[in-house]
Structures are given as structure tokens and as C-alpha cells.
Design a protein around this ligand. Structure first.
Ligand SMILES: NC(=O)c1ccc[n+]([C@@H]2O[C@H](COP(=O)([O-])OP(=O)(O)OC[C@H]3O[C@@H](n4cnc5c(N)ncnc54)[C@H](OP(=O)(O)O)[C@@H]3O)[C@@H](O)[C@H]2O)c1
Length: 232
């Protein structure tokens, strides 16, 4: 997957921690120019500085993926600064899981806004540029939960099923523009993701699960799941 990465312009949402940060670090080390979006500006700036100190090229823009104009500004900045966008990694997400009967409706809204609408805003921002370029690649981050539903996971899983559905529709529609679409469905990876769980029972359950599957606290130790690459 790292072949041909050198000098590619890659936009990554949710780049301030976890998988997004790791993706930015890996691609930067492979010679890509990375454009980093997330809300925590301090983390983004520190990452950009660190990548630049290792001879990488990075641009950091504070971005809330719930706001369409901010996602557009992130992608437009990439194009204005570097002339194009080669890859859009729609990675930002959160997972405040809890049983439906707890009625954590605000958390349902947030998951829908970030995990589904954030991806759609990423598509809306990058697609016109990629169509004009007649080239591009969307990488959308789903989850094993986008293939299987478990107790406490209903809304999170629904958002990740939605990411797969959107990606499949996108894949079918954008082939004439030479745009590729990839879905990644990670298993349990130790990141800050469980921090968004507010339900005490779910929090205990998810931390135990992450510990059992190679997780821990805030360290990327291993990927426990599959990598899914939808054919172009
Ligand atoms: N870790 C796993 O086990 C696992 C498994 C399957 C799928 N995934 C998926 O992988 C993706 C990355 O998660 P992670 O595990 O790396 O968790 P993480 O460490 O918590 O990272 C989540 C990232 O999303 C960003 N984010 C959250 N809300 C945002 C918003 N409104 N606007 C912009 N950025 C926002 C966060 O940045 P700010 O807070 O700075 O905005 C952070 O950079 C998610 O889509 C997640 O569902 C993870």
C-alpha cells in the first residue's frame, strides 16, 4: 500500500491521535505530503512540526468534521497549497457505545454527525477536485463493527455499516473519473477511541475487551482485524 506514495498529497481527518496520526506518520515517512485535520490544534501543530523535523511536508488545519465548510476549507487548503489532492482519508470517528435503552440520544447524534456526515463532507469536499483531476483515492475508515453488530454497539455499528454503504456507492459511481475507493475495517487497536464511552458498564466492558485483544492505554500495539480493499 505504500508503493507510489512519494510526493502524493494526502488529507487525513482525525489526524490528532490514534489511527489517523499513525497513518500520517507512516505516509510522511514514505514521502507523502500530509494535510492534517482534527479539532485539537495543539496536537495537530505538534505532529506537523515533528514530521517537518524529519524532512516531511505537513500542513495542519483545525477542522471539525461536523462542519461542512471546515472540511471544505481543509481540502481546499491542500489543493491551494500543493496544487491537488491525491488521497482523502476519512478517518475521524468516535465510539461512545452504550445499550440503546440508556437513550443516550446526544451521543447517537454525535456519532451520526462525525462518523457518517463527516465522511460525506469529506467526499463532498474532495470529489470535485478529483473529478477535475481525473484521479484520486478515497480511503474511508469503517470497522469490524461495520460488518457485525453486538450489544451496546448498535448505533456505532450503524454508522460504520453506513460508511461501507457510502463507499460502495461511491466506488460504483466514480470509476469513470479514475477515482479509487477503499474501505478499511480495523479490529481492536489501542487508541483513544474508548475514551468517548460515557456509560460506566460499557466503559468497563470495552476496556477489558481492548486489553484482551492487544489494547491498553493510548499506544498502538497491534491491529487485531482485517484490512479490506474494495476493488476499483
Ligand atoms: N481503535 C479501534 O479499535 C478502531 C476499530 C475500528 C475502527 N476504528 C475507527 O478508526 C477511526 C480512528 O479512530 P482511533 O481508533 O484512531 O481513535 P482516536 O485515537 O480517538 O482518534 C479519533 C480521531 O478522530 C478525531 N475526531 C473526533 N471527532 C472529530 C470531529 N468532530 N472533527 C474532527 N475530528 C474528530 C479526533 O480528533 P479531535 O478530538 O482532535 O478532533 C481523533 O483525531 C475512527 O473512525 C474509528 O471508528 C477504530
Amino acid at each position: 500500500m505504500t508503493q507510489g506514495i512519494k510526493d502524493k498529497i494526502v488529507v487525513v481527518t482525525g489526524a490528532s491521535s490514534g489511527l489517523g496520526e499513525a497513518t500520517a506518520r507512516l505516509l510522511s515517512a514514505q514521502g507523502a505530503t500530509v494535510v492534517l485535520g482534527a479539532r485539537r490544534a495543539d496536537r495537530l501543530q505538534a505532529l506537523a512540526k515533528d514530521l517537518e523535523s524529519r524532512a516531511g511536508k505537513a500542513l495542519a488545519l483545525t477542522t471539525d468534521v461536523r462542519l461542512r465548510e471546515q472540511v471544505k476549507a481543509l481540502v481546499d487548503s491542500a489543493v491551494q497549497t500543493y496544487g491537488r489532492i491525491d488521497v482523502m482519508v476519512n478517518n475521524a470517528g468516535l465510539m461512545p457505545q452504550a445499550p440503546l435503552e440508556r437513550l443516550k440520544v446526544d451521543e447517537w447524534d454525535r456519532m451520526i454527525d462525525v462518523n457518517i456526515k463527516g465522511v460525506l463532507y469529506g467526499i463532498a469536499a474532495a470529489l470535485p477536485h478529483m473529478q477535475r483531476q481525473k484521479a484520486g483515492h478515497f480511503i474511508n475508515v469503517s470497522s469490524v463493527a461495520g460488518h457485525r453488530v453486538g450489544p451496546g454497539f448498535a448505533v456505532y455499528a450503524a454508522t460504520k455499516y453506513a460508511v461501507r454503504a457510502l463507499s460502495e456507492g461511491l466506488r460504483q459511481e466514480v470509476k469513470p473519473y479514475n477515482i479509487r475507493t477503499t474501505v478499511i475495517s480495523p479490529g481492536a487497536v489501542a487508541t483513544e477511541l474508548p475514551d468517548s464511552v460515557t456509560d460506566p458498564d460499557a466503559s468497563t466492558r470495552i476496556r477489558t475487551f481492548y486489553e484482551q485483544t492487544g489494547g491498553g492505554s493510548g499506544r498502538l500495539v497491534r491491529t487485531g482485524g482485517c484490512l479490506r480493499d474494495e476493488p476499483a
